[in-house]
Design a protein around this ligand. Sequence first.
Ligand SMILES: *[C@@H]1O[C@H](CO)[C@@H](O)[C@H](O)[C@H]1NC(C)=O
Ligand SMILES: *[C@@H]1O[C@H](CO)[C@@H](O)[C@H](O)[C@H]1NC(C)=O
Ligand SMILES: *[C@@H]1O[C@H](CO)[C@@H](O)[C@H](O)[C@H]1NC(C)=O
Ligand SMILES: [Zn+2]
Length: 512
Amino acid sequence: MAVSRWKAVGSTLLAAFLVGLVVLIAVLLIRTYTLPTAVRKWNRNESLITELAEKERKQLVEALKGAIRIPTVSFSEEEQNTTALREFGEYIQKVFPQVFSSSLIQHEVLGGYSHLFKVQGSDHNLLPYMLLAHIDVVPAPPESWEVPPFSGEERDGYIYGRGTLDDKNCVIGILQSLEFLLKRGHKPRRSFYIGLGHDEEISGHKGAQKIVEKLQSQGVKLAFVLDEGLAVLDGVIQGISQPVALVGTTEKGSVTLDLTVNRLPGHSSMPPSETSIGILAAAVSRLEQNMMPNMFGNGPEQDMFEHLSTKFDFPLNIIMANLWLFSPILSRILELSPSTNAIVRTTTALTIFKAGIKSNVIPPTATATVNFRLHPAQTVQEVLDIVQNTIKDERVELSVLNSFDPLPVSPNDMSLGYHILQRTIHDVFSGPPVAPGVCVGNTDSRHFVNLTNSIYRFSPVVLKKEDVDRIHGLNERISKEAIELLVQFYIQLIQNSDTDNIPPPHLDTHEL
Ligand SMILES: *[C@@H]1O[C@H](CO)[C@@H](O)[C@H](O)[C@H]1NC(C)=O
Ligand SMILES: *[C@@H]1O[C@H](CO)[C@@H](O)[C@H](O)[C@H]1NC(C)=O
Ligand SMILES: *[C@@H]1O[C@H](CO)[C@@H](O)[C@H](O)[C@H]1NC(C)=O
Ligand SMILES: [Zn+2]
């Protein structure tokens, strides 16, 4: 009797479990395959001009090669090739005569070598926007390059050289598109600014910051800012086989810390039980062993996976569409590789360690430098508190060399700038899905937070996995096709920005 009652309870539980499982699977599948997305239909204006003539393509390629040949290198915080920076200013004046002579455009040099242009639109009621790019590049010792890094040499349809992806492609792309538009008699409705900084690779304090101060002194507010950053990624995100466009809506913050231990010097024949080296080594080791907390879900990174959920291959698509359930698992998976670990947490990098001068002397001082890149949901103060708690040793002195908080997250819904970008990406790159993302590097646009809440970091190029390593690396290059597409992007963007506002969304459901 008792046994059969338990049997009945058991089978009821089993039935309930099975029903639950079926419901769960149904929910997962429904969310995966029918997640609604808001779609906006733009009226395509057939009179838009983006096609480039054969002669224009040649001009463009030559303009880029010439720009690569001027070695505008930022060697260190203190040292830049100012001869090259000045030469670059003369170069763009020569190559883009319409830009420098049009009555619609005002140009000025700021901070010695940076350039600010204002292109006057016909409708004063429209808030202006801003296009940014930088003219300086990181050093490129010629060893191991297939072609000299400042030769602008062409090989197999690619233009090689430092700056072809970061960021002379955008500098030339913006100016060239404006030159072509002016030649065709285009007059924009919406005013816009172009800012070309000369010290982005070493902070932007002398270039972008001067541009910001100038605009702020004139009371300028911007509808949006577009700077370099993320791109159309092809095969870069694991599990997605089609190209996807990521638009950076924020970038990580940064803290650089010096750790110092001072002890009495002594002779190595009678060492104390603990030396400055040992104490400091233990401290930095604790920092490395105890990673900063995983913040997945607190910043915009979860948004990115949700936007792209239907683009992931099976079974990842089920995981991405159901982060309400799988978020803890995904966040652990993302920790496994350095590039995705950088998305989910504040990273800790031990970069300099100095101590000791002689093999038989106990050194008085040991110092180490640690660089943290802050997850968008953490502040400089929070990171400093965690560091102190992790080291837990008063003999280790901390001093902050420099720091800034992560950038505020720009809106990706109901934002004019984001929608114009999304539309332009669709127009030019044959419709890849567009999603917001986190820029793990820093850009000049971080100086513009007081001028707009809409800052987007997107370089209009398609990057494959191997291209990513070429940026700041060896054999940086861009295909002729890609630089043409980039110019078409800016031509289209400038025209798309003449719209008054964004069309209303309507919900679109994916087919089962
Ligand atoms: C299309 O572009 C032309 C020329 O720029 C402009 O006059 C016209 O108003 C635009 N039409 C729409 C629907 O945006
Ligand atoms: C600086 O740039 C000039 C050309 O603009 C070049 O001749 C010179 O070699 C460069 N100097 C260094 C140290 O790279
Ligand atoms: C923005 O404005 C605030 C308040 O005036 C100021 O403290 C901050 O430094 C400004 N930020 C930038 C990047 O200019
Ligand atoms: Zn750059």
